[in-house]
Structure formats: C-alpha cells, structure tokens
Design a protein around this ligand. Structure first.
Ligand code: RFL
Ligand code: PHB
Length: 392
C-alpha cells in the first residue's frame, strides 16, 4: 500500500492530523495498535483550549462539541478552608475553556474520518517504522493475513508516550528531559451531578483533589495518592470518604455520590524529547512530550503540534521546500516548554510532597494568597490555563 503520510496512532493527535491533511488534499493512512473500542474506552482529558476547539472545527468535527460542550468562564481554588474563584475570562482578555471529554472528541474525529472514507488499520500488530532517515519511509505491521507494508513520503509519530516511533530513533539523535512526581492521580467517573458548576482544584493538608465534570449529569473526580496505591484497593465508598475530607463545607454539602463507571490511577510526569523531527519522521502529542495533568494541557499541546505539522506538510506539498520541515521542531517546542513550565509550577503549588518539611505547606498557602490577591497573579494563572497563543 502507498500513501503520502502514514500516521502511527489513532489518539486525538493522529485522528486530528488525518482530518486536517485530508481537508488539504493530502491522503493518509492511520495504523493503530488497539481496537477502536479500546481507544474509546480510555477516560482521559476533559478541558479544551480555544486552539483545540478551532482545530476541531477546521477538521470538520466540531458540531457536537458546540452543541454539548460546556464553556467554563472560571475555575475555583480551594486552600486553607476557603474557596477562591479565578475569573478566566476577565483575566485572560476574554478567553474561556470548554469542558468536552477526550472520549467524545475522539468519537467525533473517528466518525468524520469514516465519513471521509479514509483508511484506519486498527488492531495492527508488531508495528515498526523504517527508512525515515532516507527518502523512502515505511510502516510495517502484521494483521491476520501476515505482514503488511505502507510506503509513504512522511511518517507522523502520534503513538503516545509508550509508542514505537520515538523508540525507533537512534539514541544519539534524541535528547530527553524528564521529571517523575512522587504521587499519582486516582480518578473516578460517575453518573452524578458535578459538585460545582466550575472545576474545583483543592490543595488540602491530606493532598490534592480535583472536582471535574463531563456533563451536567456526569462527574470526574481525582485524588492525589501515593505511587504505591492500586485502583483495585479503593472501594467507591473509600474514594468518596477521602474526597469529602479534602473539600470545604459547601462542597461536602453538595457532593452527590454514586457507583463508579471507571476508576484508574495515572502517574504524573514531565517529559520532553528534542528534536521532534528526524528526517522524514515527525513526533506529535504525547509521543513527544508529557505534562502532569494539573494544568489540563496534554491534549491541547497535542492539538497545537498537529496544527503546526499539518501546516508544515501542506507547505511542503505546495512548494517542496525543506525549510518548513526544519522549522517544525522549534515552533512546537517553544509552546511545549511554556506549557511544561506551567504544568510543573501549578502541580507544585497544589500538591503535598511526601516527606516535605511542614514549612512547605505554609509557603504554598502564602503563594496562593499572594496570587489570588494580585491582578498580575490572577492573570498569570488565567492566561496560562486558557492556553498561550500560537507562535507566541
Ligand atoms: P494518545 O491519546 O496516547 O494516543 C496514542 C495512540 O497511539 C497508539 N499506539 C500505537 N499505535 C500503533 N503502534 C504502536 N506501537 C502504538 N503505540 C501506541 C495508542 O494505542 C493510542 O491510541 O496520545 P495523543 O494522541 O498524543 O493524545 C494525547 C492525550 O491523550 C493526552 O495528552 C491527554 O489525555 C492528557 N490529559 C489531559 N490533557 C488535556 O489537555 N486536558 C486534560 O484535562 C487532561 N486530563 C490527561 C488528563 C491525561 C490523563 N491520563 C490518564 C494520562 C487526565 C488524565 C487522568
Ligand atoms: C478532567 O476532567 O479529566 C481534567 C480536568 C482538568 C484537569 C485535569 C483533568 O486539570
């Protein structure tokens, strides 16, 4: 089989890229290791920045997001028993974020791809990439009938943190930066009304908690837990009890509990690979970088990488110039590093670190108190949270 761009991975990055390329007349094939149902079964991000909303529109898949997504104008920070609102719209020059689950966004993109008649190979086994340092890159995989090969002009590595693409780059050609945090997030999804209209980020002495949502009837909650914890060890009742202890009286009074639809633990990590281009291979999204989820940036960074990559490949298709290909990495990384910094800082501001000296919690409270009482402080949270401008 032959195509212009072979995309490895059918997560949000791969699916979004496929749509944008198709709309620019560039044919592409996606190769995904899992089944479509498995991809849709993963409960992940919930917050879209304006850049991501615009891109979903550009991809022709934004209609349901506009109809069912919930625009959020602020977030609430809870510390020292008090609740403080950050008016995102006011302090970011009018921007807001959209609550719309990654699962729904992925479903919309899958449907748009099917409607456009584009090929996606699901459940591909033993995927490998070859020849990307020359001019004849290819993706090889196995299906029930044996080995298959896709010849292409470019490979887009959209295969997430544990994918095959970054791992196929010779060790000397890539540099990585990494910080692993000494805790994880235990998440619970339930068909219960959210405890608050807005997201509540709670810095409690027992550890961080987040009250998020997917719709007016579906909630998503997270608890900071030690890395040694296992989701199976948490009954629903234990989760709700611990969450209550980390909230304020008003939230406790409004909390509606119910059976969990899903419970899982995610580790927290900051990670960046540099560069993002190796000959005819481009990395995008979690394949290239990971942020801790506190700033809600992971999916949004995947979207901005994809915007730059689609533009790069479109420009190349128009004039055959290599200059744009050379610029891709630096263009992405400038935005990536700023989001990495914000996610790291916001994580440190809201979490309790194991073994920390008691004075650390006092420093965090004082910093939060300072930020929320200062126009500059509120602006710094708001403009990072809604997402920094592209190419800024
Ligand atoms: P994905 O979604 O991991 O998709 C990669 C795809 O590649 C496939 N794959 C392979 N395919 C073929 N061959 C191989 N060898 C392959 N290896 C892997 C995988 O099966 C998969 O389908 O990466 P992508 O597309 O870059 O998207 C990134 C986002 O998924 C991620 O950044 C976000 O979910 C992060 N994130 C959040 N981001 C936000 O912007 N806002 C949020 O509110 C937010 N909350 C979160 C999050 C991530 C979380 N977890 C579980 C890590 C909350 C959580 C709890
Ligand atoms: C989520 O709803 O899953 C979510 C929201 C905000 C975050 C992280 C995760 O910062």
């Amino acid at each position: 089989m032959r195509t212009r761009v072979a995309i490895v991975g059918a997560g949000p990055a791969g699916l979004l890229l496929g749509q944008l390329l198709q709309r620019a007349g560039i044919d592409n094939v996606i190769v995904e290791r899992q089944s479509a149902d498995h991809v849709l079964g993963r409960i992940r991000a919930g917050i879209l920045e304006q850049v991501t909303m615009d891109l979903l529109d550009e991809a022709g898949a934004g209609a349901r997001m506009h109809a069912e997504g919930l625009p959020h104008h602020g977030i609430e920070l809870l510390f020292d028993g008090g609740r403080h609102r950050v008016d995102l719209q006011r302090h970011s020059g009018g921007r807001v974020v959209m609550v719309y689950g990654q699962t729904e966004l992925t479903r919309d993109l899958m449907q748009a791809r099917a409607a456009a008649g584009l090929q996606t190979v699901y459940s591909a086994r033993d995927v490998r990439i070859e020849g990307f340092d020359g001019t004849r890159p290819r993706v090889v995989y196995r299906d029930a009938d044996g080995e298959r090969r896709i010849d292409c002009d470019f490979i887009a590595g959209c295969d997430g943190f544990h994918g095959v693409c970054r791992a196929s780059v010779p060790a000397g050609a890539v540099r990585t930066w990494e910080k692993v945090y000494p805790f994880g997030w235990l998440g619970l999804l339930s068909d219960t009304p959210p405890v608050c209209d807005e997201l509540v980020y709670a810095a409690s002495p027992r550890g961080f908690a987040l009250c998020s949502q997917r719709s007016p009837t579906r909630s998503r909650y997270y608890l900071q837990v030690p890395l040694t914890e296992r989701a199976e060890r948490w009954s629903d009742a234990a989760f709700w009890d611990e969450l209550r202890l980390r909230l304020d009286d008003a939230a406790r009074a409004r909390l509606v509990t119910g059976p969990s639809l899903e419970k899982s633990i995610a580790p927290l990590r900051s990670f960046v690979a540099e560069p993002l281009r190796f000959g005819r291979l481009f990395l995008a999204g979690d394949a290239a970088h990971i942020v801790p989820p506190t700033g809600a940036k992971g999916l949004n960074l995947a979207a901005s990488d994809v915007k730059y990559l689609a533009q790069t490949l479109q420009d190349y298709a128009a004039d055959g110039s290599e200059a744009g290909l050379d610029r891709y990495s630096a263009r992405c990384l400038r935005r990536v590093w700023k989001a990495e910094r914000f996610s790291w800082w916001f994580t440190g501001l809201l979490h309790r670190f194991p073994g920390e000296a008691p004075i650390e919690a006092k420093f965090r409270s004082a910093e939060l108190d300072y930020l929320l009482g200062s126009e500059a402080g509120l602006r710094t949270i708001a403009e990072n949270y809604v997402g920094l401008p592209l190419d800024g």
